[in-house]
Design a protein around this ligand. Structure first.
Ligand code: WT7
Length: 646
């Protein structure tokens, strides 16, 4: 959690050493790996060998600041690395994907099964004219077809852009238009807490305007009736029925695009983060194996949705490249009961669980009796991702889920970094509750002050990455300049993460939170500018300013200050109407928890909204410097009238 909640963290002295039985069997047992990682380029050259390449690379890294070409000259295919190369030996009939639906239905696909379905679906895409380089939008629930669709795209070299099923049709439309997608893959609906949400309807709405989309492929998941447009829409099961099962994997240049994934930034327009095949795959395969200490017999469960980078890197590409058995669950953690996750762990004997602090805090609130009534003894490693985990939640997770025997890997990374950059390597790195510990081998991270100078241990500042790393973003889709400015233009020569952090006397890192106008709600990035844009789009709104306020479960929640246009009268339903408007424009994840209507927003004399002061108000804390305000009465009014909730 942010701000003062993380103050005093550097006093955290508890150290947790990996259990002896764990270390002696771990994939990585020798701390020398950190020394090897100091020569990043050679280190990553060595790791490149873990993939199957159609053609060997000429150079490990061609660095033309700020543009990197990793494994330049090499040729490979991501789907081939996730599937074909596992088919020659014992893994052929190993479960690649165990799926559990929210209603309790189940499907298991072996590596051979998955290879067949991916090849067939790749042929379907080809038959609709999808060629290497064409973009494909995937708007699907958490069902096996989502993984199949991603890998089918990768197989033929068509970059996918997965859009989280919780995004509204307008957000979906923006992403379809920005990427210029040729095909949309969706489902008739998705199950959530026993209800059916229609996804196809959103696709229809998104495509009401003219777009580049030629075909919509619809997976039948719920049986909900769908309006099928004659020339445009086809059912997945009908299209795949007769599709041939052989489809050669397209040899891709290492720096060809594998996918685009949109994420929020400081402006209203989400950025299409581009990842390329070679570097990305090396990065996620290496980190997945070492961070999660992967063994052949593991059942690995990452609870993230495929609509986020965690779903891409650590549900699909990393684990499958390593030949793991992945578990995929469709629904909500409290359906039908609050013990659903623990029932799943018990049922499939899950050994590795990777989830988010917001989920852990929710489980804490529900009480330990749910996990404690299930047999969780199969678990041997736990992971956390998406936002800072507070030491209290860490301890709860360690005790009640991990039975004090499972190391916790608190993994820091971003959509842009593609792979985990800071984390313990569980067999060798002692843990501190609340700290993501130290950079992964081969990754050079620093904390700098506002001049870009490294700060000494015990101090804080901006988190930057000093050297390129293999799965770094290639660019922002269609906007090289935005890529260069946002990430490499803040501090000379280094990548700016947007985060603030501290490091302690042992060199352990503690993430404070975002340094920019991005809010982290339940581990999801929301740009304040996007929410403000959605609010001012409402006919009653003149101006809006959003800040993040501390929230017990979600980490942060959106707090919006809104001024209305002249002549608008306030009515009872107005606030809910404004909230609903944000849901339509973006999706329910961006819905403000609080909206406060005010005649004016506090501004500087030059007319800039003072978000810093609004944040103080939303947090209910002492106000910072107000001397640059144009009119102090505005802030005094807010101070007296806003009653922050916790
Ligand atoms: C931002 C990136 C990485 C996949 C999910 C989020 C925050 C992420 C941690 C962590 C503290 C974390 C950072 C980062 N964050 N992991 N372990 N501890 N903060 O990806 O949506 O691109 O968000 O999430 O602020 O910048 P994302």
């Amino acid at each position: 959690m942010k701000d003062e909640h993380r103050e005093g963290l550097l006093d955290e002295k508890r150290l947790f050493y990996p259990p002896v039985g764990f270390s002696t069997k771990a994939v990585v047992q020798d701390p020398k790996i950190y020394d090897l990682g100091k020569e990043s380029k050679e280190f990553w050259g060595e790791q490149g060998k873990r993939l199957d390449w159609f053609e060997q690379w000429d150079e490990i890294l061609e660095w033309n600041h700020p543009f990197a070409r990793w494994y330049a000259g090499g040729k490979l295919n991501a789907a081939y690395n996730c599937l074909d190369r596992h088919l020659n030996g014992a893994r052929r009939n190993k479960a690649a994907l165990i799926f559990e639906g929210e209603m309790g239905d189940r499907r298991v696909l072996t590596y051979q099964d998955l290879h067949r379905e991916v090849s067939q679906f790749a042929n379907v895409l080809k038959s609709y004219g999808v060629e290497k380089g064409d973009r494909v939008t995937i708007y699907l629930p958490m069902i096996p077809e989502a993984v199949i669709a991603m890998l089918a795209c990768a197989r033929i070299g068509a970059p996918h852009t997965v859009v989280f099923g919780g995004f509204s049709y307008e957000a979906l439309r923006d992403r379809i238009q920005d990427s210029g997608a040729k095909i949309v893959i969706t489902a008739d609906g998705s199950y959530r807490r026993g209800k059916i949400l229609s996804l196809k309807e959103n696709v229809d709405l998104a495509l009401k305007v003219k777009t580049s989309v030629e075909k919509v492929i619809v997976v039948q998941r719920t049986g909900l009736s769908a309006n099928m447009e004659k020339e445009r829409d086809v059912w997945y099961h009908e299209a795949i029925k007769e599709a041939p099962i052989v489809c050669a994997a397209e040899p891709m240049d290492s720096d060809d695009m594998l996918f685009i994934l949109y994420t929020s930034g400081t402006t209203g327009k989400p950025k299409g983060i581009v990842h390329s095949v070679g570097g990305y795959m090396v990065g996620v395969a290496t980190t997945h194996q070492w961070v999660f200490d992967l063994r052949e017999e593991d059942v690995y469960w990452c609870t993230a949705d495929i609509g986020w980078i965690t779903g891409h890197s650590y549900l699909v590409y990393g684990p499958l490249a390593n030949g793991a058995t992945i578990l995929m669950y469709e629904g909500a953690p409290d359906y039908p009961e609050k013990d659903r996750y623990w029932k799943i762990v018990e049922k499939y004997k899950v050994t590795i669980l990777y989830t988010a602090p917001t989920a852990i805090r929710t489980f804490m609130k529900w009480g330990a009796s749910y996990p404690l009534s299930r047999d969780l003894s199969s678990l041997r490693l736990l992971g956390s991702v998406g936002e800072p985990i507070n030491p209290e939640a860490w301890m709860w997770y360690y005790k009640n889920i991990g039975g004090e025997r499972c190391p916790i890997v608190d993994t820091w990374w971003q959509t842009e970094t593609g792979m985990i950059l800071m984390t313990p390597v569980p067999g060798i790195t002692p843990l501190k509750p609340g700290s993501c510990t130290v950079p992964f081998p081969g990754v050079q991270i620093e904390i700098v002050n506002h001049l870009g100078e490294p700060v000494p241990k015990g101090e804080g500042g901006y988190l930057v990455v000093r050297e390129p790393w293999p799965s770094m973003l290639k660019t922002v889709y269609g906007d090289d300049k935005r890529y260069a400015d946002t990430y490499w233009g803040q501090f000379k020569g280094v990548y700016f993460t947007g985060d603030e952090a501290k490091w302690d006397d042992d060199g352990y890192f503690w993430i404070i939170g975002r340094a920019d106008d991005v809010i982290n709600v339940s581990g999801h990035r929301i740009g304040t500018a996007e929410v403000e844009g959605a609010l001012v789009d409402h006919p009653a709104v003149a101006e809006a300013a959003c800040v993040g306020r501390t929230h017990e479960v979600k980490g942060q929640a959106v707090f919006a200050f809104v001024s209305l246009k002249e002549g608008i009268t306030i009515h009872d339903g107005l606030i809910s109407e404004l909230k609903a408007h944000v849901v339509v424009k973006i999706g329910s994840l961006a819905r403000p928890d609080d909206i406060f209507l005010t005649a004016e927003l506090p501004k500087t004399r030059s007319g800039k909204i003072m978000r810093r002061l609004l944040k103080d108000i939303a947090e209910g804390r002492t106000m910072g410097d107000t001397s640059t305000l144009a009119d102090a009465s505005v802030i005094n009014f807010l101070k007296e009238n806003v009653k922050p909730k916790k």
